[in-house]
Design a protein around this ligand. Structure first.
Ligand code: CTP
Length: 417
């Protein structure tokens, strides 16, 4: 993988890390170390909850800076006011971001040092949620996350897996190195004038599964979560592109700054993509159902008492990637497909690139045990006319950021071709 895709190192960057309450706070100690290794200056704010999990002494020792805890501390305010803490940072990172702190931010409360800084800042903010899975899935938390994303904050995670509370599910804070990658990307992409390389470009991104109706209550579908496609739409928008995200059914918040077209079937996905043309960029990350049922039943299909199941005749769905790649007029300048493979990943993907006529293919291994479908990480190979790049395993957010950067570089070097 060429160097620089994940952003440079963090020399000279100043990060204000807010550690709120949660068992994941122990990972933030490692995050401090990783950021410092990359040359960043790290100043930390510890909430009252955070201080229940890690001590100010550990945070101070690792960051080599005083730790700030109290909004009304005479000493802290005289030496370093809460406004100055934000002013002197390039980026604010909240890790872990507790449900409580996110709720405070979403409603604009400012009753402690962390929430006051967050209300007073004009700097980019990245938050890494961590909590029990039911707290994460609660409609209130999901509403707050959507509000924060709409307000322009960036998020990373949470991931899935075993949680400290003994449950399994979504809510685990992203790993320190994933957060570092997101920080590098954000700092490389802070939307200051002149650093929006895709400004003026239009992009269409497909994401998620499609549902193919059998009758009014049943459908054929697949396990795609839409995480990768949604992350790509968000990453392209962060680089200034005007993005239409054509999304099959999913449980994800709409990415901020992106126009979302919600569809169900492959036919609707194709129609929505065609309606979104013209575009400079098309990224087809959706797991489109290859077949639909011929002649969807108008009423719920009933058992006929014979004990024999009904025969479902299938017909092939339109291939959206192929259609966009082979448009006679108005073909997007760069068409990127995905290839989900369980064996001979690169070989099959190269064949797919030629067959469908797209410019690039992002190939990923979705074989048993990889946990790509629905998971948070991805190991991909980027296949272009020039060859194959093997990218390291990264979070889907980091893959999206790297791909968006790559797309921006392509337009910088080759213009609209
Ligand atoms: N794709 C599409 N429309 C379809 C099927 C696939 O746009 N009807 C796109 C996907 O979004 C992806 C690429 O084609 O970008 C490859 O999808 P994949 O499922 O890996 O391949 P298939 O074309 O379904 O081929 P096969 O099932 O033979 O692997």
């Amino acid at each position: 993988m060429p160097s620089g895709i994940l952003g440079g190192n963090l020399d000279g960057k100043s990060i204000l890390l807010i550690i709120s309450g949660g068992i994941a706070a122990y990972k933030s100690l490692d995050l401090i170390r990783r950021l410092k290794e990359r040359g960043a200056a790290v100043r930390c704010v510890l909430t009252a909850g955070g201080a229940q999990f890690v001590t100010p002494l550990s945070v101070a020792a690792l960051s080599e800076e005083a730790v700030f805890q109290d909004l009304f501390s005479l000493k802290d305010e005289s030496e370093m006011g809460h406004i100055r803490l934000s002013r002197e940072a390039d980026l604010l990172v909240i890790a872990p971001a507790s449900a409580d702190l996110m709720a405070k931010m979403a409603s604009g409360q400012a009753d402690d040092l962390a929430s006051t800084i967050l209300l007073a800042t004009d700097k980019p903010v990245l938050f890494a949620p961590a909590m029990n899975t039911r707290m994460w899935e609660h409609p209130a938390t999901q509403r707050n996350v959507r509000t924060l994303l709409d307000d322009g904050l960036a998020s990373i995670g949470p991931g899935q897996g075993d949680l400290a509370c003994g449950e399994v599910g979504s809510g685990r804070m992203s790993e320190p190195l994933e957060i570092v990658a997101a920080i590098e990307t954000l700092l490389g992409e802070t939307p200051v004038a002149g650093d929006l390389p895709l400004m003026g470009r239009r992009a269409i991104v497909t994401s998620g599964p499609t549902y193919e109706a059998i009758d009014p209550v049943r459908y054929l579908a697949n396990r795609s979560s839409g995480k990768q496609g949604h992350a790509i739409a968000a990453a392209l928008a962060q680089l200034g592109a005007e993005v239409v995200l054509v999304a099959g059914p999913n449980n994800l918040p709409d990415p901020g700054g992106v126009q979302v077209r919600a569809i169900e079937s492959a036919a609707q996905m194709l129609a929505a993509c065609e309606a979104a043309l013209p575009a400079d960029i098309a990224v087809c990350a959706a797991a489109v159902a290859d077949w639909r049922v011929a002649g969807e039943a108008g009423q719920k299909m009933k058992k006929d008492g014979s004990g024999r199941p009904p025969a479902l005749a299938l017909v092939e769905n339109p291939d959206i990637l192929k259609t966009l790649s082979q448009l006679n007029g108005g073909r997007p300048g760069l068409v990127v497909g995905f290839a989900a493979e369980t064996e001979k990943v690169v070989g099959h993907a190269q064949g797919k690139r030629t067959r469908k006529g797209c410019d690039w293919i992002v190939a990923n291994d979705v074989g048993a045990g990889t946990n790509v479908m629905g998971g948070d990480d991805n190991t991909v190979h980027l296949i272009t006319a020039q060859g194959v790049e093997d990218w390291p395993t990264m979070s889907k957010d980091a893959v999206a950021a790297a791909l968006a950067r790559r797309i921006a570089d392509h337009f910088e070097h080759f213009g609209s071709a």
